[in-house]
Design a protein around this ligand. Structure first.
Ligand SMILES: C[S@@+](CC[C@H](N)C(=O)[O-])C[C@H]1O[C@@H](n2cnc3c(N)ncnc32)[C@H](O)[C@@H]1O
Length: 281
């Protein structure tokens, strides 16, 4: 597909631009001979956007991580919606992610993709229309973000690559808002353990454009202890903590990344650097 004039990223803020990075990583994965996520729609979408994706300098390790965490979140959404066909799925900071088209939940499930105005506008233009997939233009820092989403159905809330860009007070308020608005459900998201100042500095100084973009926006460092959200909101119960390094898909990672990931999985501190955390309420 050719880039369409006007479908550029010039209207996106630097924070919104991070959506292009993860989308591009999934597009690259889909073109690998042994894809981890295998999301051809990601590649189709990237091909229509007039943007210097190659200039982001996305390394293969980021492609692996991004594809795998999307796959792990997909599996959890699939399981929840199979159990609750009347559910709503809410993807916070959804970017251009084609989750609804990968997961294909029961036809009775409604999927809400929440993001800031620039990304939401692009999403409306680029994602295929679907009666059950809805775009919500809102900042999750604003307490009114869920107001257009049904509040009387079980909910699966996911966030992939969002929380690192929020401040701790915003996250606390967000976790509380989820359980006061929705009657019951789950919250699942990716986490980086606790990113220390040295890693943050390395990210800021790295030569690849993707790292300087992310480094300049960084907010929350992640949870060293996954029980912390329960202290912010006792309605949340931790039900799963799983490291990407322990997923069977690591076998699909290219040579040295596979080796390094397996080694990182042997130590609690490094295994924590890429996790999926899941809570029930
Ligand atoms: C790294 S991208 C991840 C996007 C998507 N989840 C994915 O995996 O491709 C982070 C996303 O969070 C969105 N975002 C950042 N702050 C936000 C906020 N306060 N409210 C809603 N979305 C936000 C950005 O616009 C961007 O789309």
């Amino acid at each position: 597909m050719r880039p369409q004039p006007g479908l550029g990223a010039s209207n996106l803020t630097p924070l919104e631009e991070t959506a292009l990075l993860t989308q591009y990583a999934r597009a690259l994965d889909s073109r690998w001979p042994r894809p981890i996520l295998a999301d051809p729609l990601a590649a189709d979408i990237v091909d229509t956007i007039d943007y210097d994706f190659a200039g982001l300098g996305v390394p293969a390790s980021v492609v692996c991580q991004t594809a795998l965490r999307a796959k792990m979140l997909d599996e959890r959404v699939r399981a929840f919606t199979a159990k609750h066909p009347d559910a709503v799925v809410v993807d916070l900071g959804a970017g251009l992610d084609s989750g609804p088209f990968r997961v294909r939940p029961p036809a009775t499930v409604d999927w809400y993709s929440v993001d800031l105005p620039g990304v939401s506008a692009l999403r409306r233009q680029l994602l295929p229309p679907s009666r059950r997939a809805h775009v919500v233009t809102a900042s999750v820092a604003d307490q009114s973000w869920p107001n257009t989403i049904p509040s009387d159905r079980p909910v699966m809330v996911i966030a992939d690559g969002l929380f690192a860009f929020l401040s701790e007070p915003v996250l606390i308020a967000l976790f509380r808002r989820i359980t006061t608005y929705f009657p019951s459900g789950e919250l699942a998201f990716n986490d980086y353990g606790r990113i220390g100042w040295l890693t943050r500095l390395a990210v800021k100084l790295a030569p690849q454009r993707m790292f300087s973009t992310v480094g300049a926006q960084w907010g929350f460092p992640g949870f060293e202890d996954p029980h912390v959200p329960q202290t912010w909101n006792p309605s949340l119960q931790l039900v799963e903590e799983v490291s990407l390094a322990h997923a069977p898909e690591v076998e699909l990672f290219p040579g040295w990344i596979r080796f390094a990931t397996k080694v990182s999985g042997m130590f609690e501190v490094s295994a924590r650097k890429a996790r999926i955390l899941r809570y029930e309420f």
